[in-house]
Unconditional design. Structure first.
Length: 706
């Protein structure tokens, strides 16, 4: 995909050089003794020793002959071979000098642990840009600056200064690769996973990621057999198309990306020239991209490793139709409330399942789902009830809520759950609301790939992440005042003509003076809408410059006279439109988000769009499935899919309109196109009003039908 667009593809092969080196050189290892000095390069040296890295380790120090018992060289030029990776842990002002040594000896991978660059303001940003430009000119790939390092647990490549490696028990190898823009957050995620007995395969701290970026490492992990899940903490997506290409590689390899996205509730742009621009910020668009890519987005960093332990179902989307069997009524209530709010559906059990359960539970007059079989079922009969529910054709996943450990039933509960999971192949989700006594049993379930939540709120949050991300718009937003410099816009008749030239369905219209309005209305056919056609007038509805549902010439003439009396224009002109009388009002927007890509917005439109604030975003161009998923997330989705017997809106028309607007956006050098409203029904739709925002101020090129 990236090659077709002329973009550099994700560089998994370069990430491999960083994470599978045969030799490592450390520049900046302190000779001072004591725990306080075991940071930076000195910490890397210790961690490589503790984890048993088998490759060659070189220590570079300008004056010392040995560091912590390891021979030291004066410079990289004194080494007998070129190191695969050079770890740089010197002060910021000295980093460029080390890169110059790398260039001189032919070293092509540099891991920069040093902070004090773009993370420290304008001067640091300038210094960072200088060293990155040098590295690029000399073919040196860089991780960082401001990285805590890289770890490959299986090979002992503990090329990191994070204290999590040597404080507490060692990290054990597992199938979860952790990537983090924040080294501190990444280390904390790994520490908490380790303390819960969860294994980690790799730890990647990308730091300021001015060169090697998240997509490069995702691409590498896509081809690595020992990795089944990538757990990602990130605060921004630098290039949406490269990121998407890497995620597609990961998914094509049958692996998952679980992500915590920081900054997703950023305020909308201050100088927005459209309604949509006042509603959304970049974080919302990044989340839309993750949704479109079927990435699992979590709301707590702990969920990265908790969900990482789960064996993924064969289908990409986690199932929503669940069964539940509990022996504690209270636990069933807690779990049901959380799951229902997360979007889980509990279908009625089939007749054969009901009869099967009634034979086992003769006192039950009805067999509901969720099903509480009571403590009398424990320990010998619970597994049979669970098997019957799990084998029901309507049930796609099973939840088992368990209380604190009691009466020695814990081992049997685990055995029953794992047996049912093996027999049915359906996902099992456990809520085990207990104390530390149940920790060994939870560990056993997780090692088998079962999702375990340890509190009701954890259960709801985890399942919401599995089934689909939550909305991101702030419930109490604040809007900026008029921008100091307003973007150049094209509105009214000119915008509608431009859309018409690109084959979009625009309501039939005529622009005329007051004396010709009635004749124009008669030619179009009643009823009509008459509104100001003057380009420099915004918010026509609020100014009383729109009249709707006019049904004869007299009404048109009266409306024009009334509006002319309030218009600020010297010689006002009028836009007469054929009125669309039935359908759902929509807002459709296409806008560029620079390197993130082009995005469409769809939602319930009309004058109250900023009150409803009910919109969803999709990367463009989009396919029917992506658009459909976005529409289902709208709060007022019923209006689109059919409400009180109305026919569903034509989704294909919405998708085609957004994609056509994307072509117009690119060819006319526009930053944004907003259609509000478009009125749609089962047979398509009609655009009533539009606004175009220029990316610059060039003259419009000729449109296809001019």
């Amino acid at each position: 995909m990236t090659e077709a667009l002329g973009l550099a593809p994700p560089r998994g092969h370069i990430a491999k050089r960083f994470l599978e080196p045969s030799s490592v050189a450390i520049v900046g290892a302190s000779t001072s003794s004591g725990q306080a000095y075991k940071a930076g390069g000195r910490a890397v040296l210790e961690h490589l020793r503790v984890y048993g890295y088998a490759g060659q380790v070189m220590v570079i120090h300008p004056t010392a002959t040995e560091v912590d018992g390891h021979p030291a060289l004066r410079s990289l030029s004194d080494a007998t071979s070129v190191p695969d990776v050079v770890v740089i842990a010197v002060p910021a002002a000295a980093v460029l000098g080390v890169l110059e040594e790398c260039a001189a000896v032919g070293a092509r991978q540099a891991l920069i642990l040093t902070a004090g660059f773009a993370d420290m303001g304008a001067d640091g940003h300038s210094l960072e840009r200088t060293l990155l430009e040098f590295a690029k000119q000399h073919g040196i790939h860089v991780v960082g600056p401001n990285s805590t390092g890289l770890v490959n647990v299986r090979t002992g490549l503990a090329m990191s200064m994070t204290s999590v490696l040597t404080e507490g028990v060692p990290i054990t190898a597992g199938g979860i690769a952790v990537i983090a823009q924040s080294g501190a957050i990444g280390s904390t995620v790994v520490e908490r996973a380790r303390d819960a007995g969860v294994g980690i395969s790799h730890i990647v701290s990308t730091g300021n990621q001015r060169d090697m970026d998240i997509p490069d490492f995702i691409s590498y992990f896509a081809g690595l057999p020992e990795v089944h899940t990538v757990a990602l903490y990130m605060e921004s997506i630098r290039d949406g198309r490269r990121f998407a290409a890497a995620v597609e590689q990961l998914h094509d390899a049958g692996k998952r990306l679980i992500t915590y996205l920081g900054g997703r509730t950023a305020a909308g742009e201050q100088a927005a020239a459209s309604h949509t621009g006042k509603i959304i910020g970049r974080g919302a668009l990044e989340l839309a991209l993750l949704r479109a890519l079927d990435v699992t987005v979590v709301d707590d960093p702990d969920d990265l490793w908790v969900l990482g332990t789960v064996t993924a179902p064969s289908q990409r989307q986690f199932p929503r139709r669940w069964g539940m069997v509990a022996y504690s009524g209270g636990m069933a209530v807690l779990a049901t409330e959380q799951l229902a709010s997360a979007g889980v559906v509990f279908p009625p059990l089939g007749t054969s399942t009901t009869q099967r359960l009634k034979a086992l539970l003769p006192s039950f007059a009805a067999i509901p789902n969720p099903l509480d079989v009571g403590p009398g079922s424990m320990p010998g009969h619970f597994g049979g009830y669970l098997t019957a529910v799990a084998e029901d054709p309507a049930v796609e996943a099973v939840c088992v809520p368990l209380p604190m450990g009691a009466r020695g039933w814990n081992a049997q509960s685990v055995a029953d759950i794992l047996a049912v999971r093996r027999a049915t192949g359906k996902p099992c989700v456990v809520l085990w609301y207990g104390g530390r006594a149940v920790d060994p049993y939870i560990k056993e379930l997780r090692e088998a790939g079962v999702l375990v939540a340890q509190s009701p709120s954890d259960l709801g949050r985890l399942v919401r992440a599995l089934l689909g991300p939550q909305r991101v718009l702030d419930p109490t937003p604040t809007f900026a005042g008029e921008p100091a410099t307003r973007a150049a816009t094209i509105g009214g008749a000119q915008a509608l003509r431009l859309l018409t030239d690109y084959g979009l369905d625009v309501a039939a219209m005529t622009v005329c003076d007051a004396g010709s309005a009635a004749a124009a209305a008669g030619a179009l056919g009643y009823p009509v809408v008459v509104k100001s056609a003057d380009e420099d007038i915004a918010h026509r509805t609020e100014l009383g410059l729109v009249a709707v549902n006019l049904s004869d010439a007299a009404q048109v003439e009266d409306a024009v006279a009334r509006m002319a009396a309030t218009s600020v224009a010297t010689n006002p002109t009028w836009l007469v439109q054929k009125m669309v009388t039935a359908g759902v009002e929509l807002i459709l927007t296409v806008r560029t988000a620079d390197d993130l890509g082009v995005f469409g917005t769809v939602g319930v439109g009309g004058a109250a769009v900023e009150v409803h604030r009910d919109v969803e975003h999709v990367p463009l161009p989009c396919d029917a499935a992506t658009l459909h998923k976005a529409l289902t997330r709208l709060r007022l989705a019923e209006l689109i899919f059919g409400f009180r017997g109305s026919e569903p809106v034509d989704e294909a028309w919405i998708g085609d309109t957004l994609n056509r607007m994307t072509v117009l956006l690119a060819e006319q050098n526009l930053a944004e196109i907003e259609v509000n409203p478009a009125i749609a029904d089962k047979n398509g739709g009609t655009i009533v009003d539009a606004l175009c925002v220029l990316a610059a101020v060039p003259a419009l090129v000729r449109s296809p039908n001019s």
